[in-house]
Design a binder for this molecule. Sequence first.
Ligand SMILES: O=C(O)CCC(=O)C(=O)O
Ligand SMILES: [Fe+2]
Length: 438
Amino acid sequence: MVAQVPEIYDPSSASYKKARRQYIKTTKGRSNDVALDWTPFRTAEKKYKARFPPPDLSGVLDLAEISHESGMGGWKGSPSAVPANEVKVNQRSPNNPGARAFVVPQVPGLVLLPAFVSPQDQNRLVRWSLEDQARHPNDTNLDAHYILPKEGLWNAHVCSRMNPNTRTFIQPKAPLEISDASPADSGPRQLIDNTPANTDNFSSLLTTPKPSPPASLNAAACTPSSLVPKLRWANIGWSYHWGTKQYDFTKGKGQVADIVRDVCRQAVETVTWEEVFGGSKGGNDWGEDDWKSWHETYEPDAGIVNFYQTKAHKLYIDTLMGHVDRSEVCATSPLVSISLGNAAILLIGGLTRDIEPVPILLRSGDVVIMSGPECRRAYHGVPRVLENTLPTHFDSCEIEGAIEGDLKLYKEYMKTTRININVRQVFPKGFVPDIPLI
Ligand SMILES: O=C(O)CCC(=O)C(=O)O
Ligand SMILES: [Fe+2]
């Protein structure tokens, strides 16, 4: 079979010409010196984000080339672009008999489990994200701006499209006060530098005011269907406050659904941590025995579902800027990240943006574990989601509980979507924080 090349690489294609026109328009008169100020992380972000010229992915680590079907939509990297070593997996883990695990020496504590989640479970997790998680009582990016239907935005979308005679409108929230704030329901997540959480500053973090974000003045009444592509995130477990980048413990602890907890626990159990950290010299300054007990002590209690759209739209942007996740009191326990739907490029570097990140191609079903002090505090981001990389199993009629009309809407949405379930452990297992509920 002739290898398919994404359309954007073909100079005679409409996408290539459009990207070139936009590139010429946006770079007109721009000084080339700007790039000199960029950190290595920023340079890599720019490279993979670029619509024109389309990025060369030969330097992107692509484990699908070793482990499973690859080249979806023509996008592929290389299995040897970045040094990655396969490590033994824990044979006691019966749920994923074919699981393989890789470490990337450049980022100690980073573990990649390609194709870890079965196609059936990928569909289950996506449907859980849309139907069960992105709805009351879990916060989403849209809650600040709209009075969302109790049954959840996705379910309201399906219901309204399957019953076209019932016209449902979602009303905006009344603005709290007149401000110049731009619509916060869209665009990239606001990333601010926050104080890393730890047991010493925990009580001051508890009392930091965490005001609700101002409701957008631009939000107008709209249909559920028009709002679905604007869904950017939904909270899991402990409630995360984006304004301060701290957890708002006063809101109490939400559930981590079994379907997510099970995949995360299986991932952590599959890894033989001795292989990952056993060889590190000079012991660890983060508690010698920490990783040795993760099979027993790992317990996810928070997280976020990220929704990315591959379709560029001026209102919502499909990338995640470089950042560090440091709001969790457990600063070294595994963070488990599940990729679903269209593929993406993850950049992950070191403790500063001055360290050049490694680019990794993540496909649906891949699990990434970020663990230990270096990786857990490493800058990382998603500069690109790759269009037309949805695996065919998202087309299958075998999706539990789906009926024809619902399946059609699901396929339509997933065609341009990537979902990432990013799961963390905030507190040590069994720790019950003394939190005043207000
Ligand atoms: O989408 C991803 O793969 C990463 C998401 C992430 O880094 C985050 O939610 O903090
Ligand atoms: Fe992150």
